[in-house]
Design a protein around this ligand. Structure first.
Ligand SMILES: *Cc1c(COP(=O)(O)O)cnc(C)c1O
Length: 469
């Protein structure tokens, strides 16, 4: 492709991208077509002959948008998903254009250096031990996996076993202790690591879904072998934090490794007024966090943070004769992948654009907006807010005056109606035996007016469903 033609192509996608994002708030907050329709639009025999770049990208721009979710929209509250911000998106475009395979510092100095600087900033912002190492992974799932691989390696090493060389067969058994309501991806990580999703010690939780300190102490009392404790900073439904200050001393006594799943909640530490919620989490040994949630970087962006860089490297280093090895920080030594994009650039760009103040202000604002959302919804006496809204998550039950089954059924119908009408987007979950609407306020463009508008839309949909059924 001629440079001028390439530039024109990039200009066209730049125009399409800015238009798409500028209209995010005005469009319905749902895809216009479902998966089957999207599949039909793109289904075609394997191309025999190539087509021009212009044609291919024009087809993408014409056919994909009806099936795009409103994840950049100001009233998107589904799952826990950041909206992305311009600097992160722009940096990500450069990541693709520069095409740096960011495995090795000698091979790609700038991308590796930027990642190292971003890692120092992250430790500073999240106020975690500055000696920690940071692996830039695809998300919190892989962050948890990576940290738990380091944990597995280290607790076995202390027991005289080399997990990297000898695997797990015949190794001293490892206890894994976690809260009953640990995030589903923790169990995936345990499966990948041969630790088993089911052979865990499950600690009873309180009404917010966090480990009960007494139950944790009780569970730990009986344990002797190498132990990994997995705590949570930010429960997926309530946003609540495990009692880390009770957990760590007991874990220390047993020589246990404490890992923290802090996908979004760890960012409370970056906001002065929210920091007390997450105080004490710096005492852990490793932390998983996301950039693509609260920091608003594009996907895929997560951080595996490990206090003991040697344990981190031991679990992840890929050594090969063709890879330069020296004292520098080589990005691939801290992650499962070898070939990888320059994942640190969007993080660097977002931290630099927002600054400590901007990040803190955004996190605080989202938490205040979550409280506002909850208060608006609770003006209807038939609505129950099931969590203490301390962070950015709101768990909503509709029909508190009804029997459970009817309330669950109507809540599901209300969610479907809200999604159909598209004024805002919310999803559901089952929590404490009840169907809930789960609201996550985490997208940069959300204003207070968007909160009010969305609360009104939810209450309207709820009243309509209640009258209908
Ligand atoms: C989102 C989330 C994860 C998984 O993170 P991904 O970035 O989706 O891989 C893990 N734990 C918690 C608490 C989360 O919110």
């Amino acid at each position: 492709m001629e440079p001028v033609a390439f530039e024109n192509l990039l200009r066209r996608i730049a125009a399409a991208a800015t238009a798409y994002r500028a209209e995010s708030g005005a469009r319905p907050h749902r895809p216009d077509i479902a998966y089957r329709d999207a599949l039909a639009r793109f289904s075609a025999p394997t191309p025999q002959r190539g087509a021009s770049e212009d044609e291919v990208i024009a087809e993408l721009m014409a056919q994909a948008p009806p099936g795009l979710a409103a994840m950049t929209g100001p009233r998107f509250f589904g799952w826990v998903i950041g909206a992305t911000e311009p600097a992160g998106v722009a940096a990500d475009w450069l990541v693709s254009a520069w095409a740096q395979n960011t495995a090795n510092a000698t091979a790609t100095p700038s991308a590796s250096a930027i990642e190292e600087v971003a890692s120092r900033w992250l430790l500073d912002l999240l106020d975690l031990p500055r000696e920690s190492s940071v692996g830039f992974v695809t998300g919190a799932t892989m962050a948890n996996f990576t940290c738990l691989a380091a944990a597995r390696s280290e607790v076995l090493r202390r027991a005289g076993w080399d997990a990297e060389a000898d695997g797990l067969f015949g190794a001293p058994p490892i206890n894994v202790v976690l809260g009953e309501e640990a995030h589903s991806t923790i169990f995936s990580a345990l499966r990948y690591l041969g630790l088993g999703a089911k052979r865990v010690v499950s600690v009873a939780v309180d009404g917010e879904g966090v480990m009960r300190a007494d139950a944790f102490a009780q569970a730990m009392r009986a344990l002797k072998d190498p132990t990994i404790v997995i705590a949570q900073a930010g429960h997926i439904n309530s946003g609540a934090f495990d009692p880390i200050r009770d957990i760590v001393p007991i874990a220390r006594e047993k020589g246990a490794w404490v890992h923290v799943d802090g996908a979004f909640g760890l960012w409370a530490r970056a906001a002065k007024d929210m920091q007390p919620l997450a105080a004490g989490f710096e005492l852990a040994d490793s932390w998983g966090a996301d950039g693509h949630k609260w920091l608003q970087t594009p996907h895929d962006c997560g951080y595996a943070i490990v206090r003991d860089p040697e344990a981190h490297r031991r679990a992840m280093t890929i050594a090969a004769s063709y890879l330069p090895a020296d004292a520098e920080r080589h990005p691939a030594d801290y992650v499962p992948e070898l070939s990888r994009r320059a994942r640190g650039l969007p993080t660097w760009a977002m931290i630099k654009t927002l600054g400590r103040e901007g990040i803190g202000a955004m996190v605080s604002r989202h938490c205040a907006q979550a409280r506002r959302f909850a208060a608006r919804l609770a003006e209807d006496p038939s609505v129950e807010i099931m969590n203490e809204v301390a962070l950015n998550q709101v768990a909503v039950r509709l029909g508190r005056d009804m029997d459970g089954e009817r309330s669950d059924a109507l809540t599901l119908k209300t969610i479907a109606r809200i999604q159909r009408e598209g004024e805002c987007f919310v999803g559901g979950a089952v929590w404490r035996g009840r169907q809930i609407i789960r609201i996550s306020v985490i997208g940069a463009p959300t204003t207070d007016a968007d909160i009010d508008r969305s609360a009104d839309a939810i209450l309207r949909a709820w009243r309509a469903e209640r009258e209908a059924g």
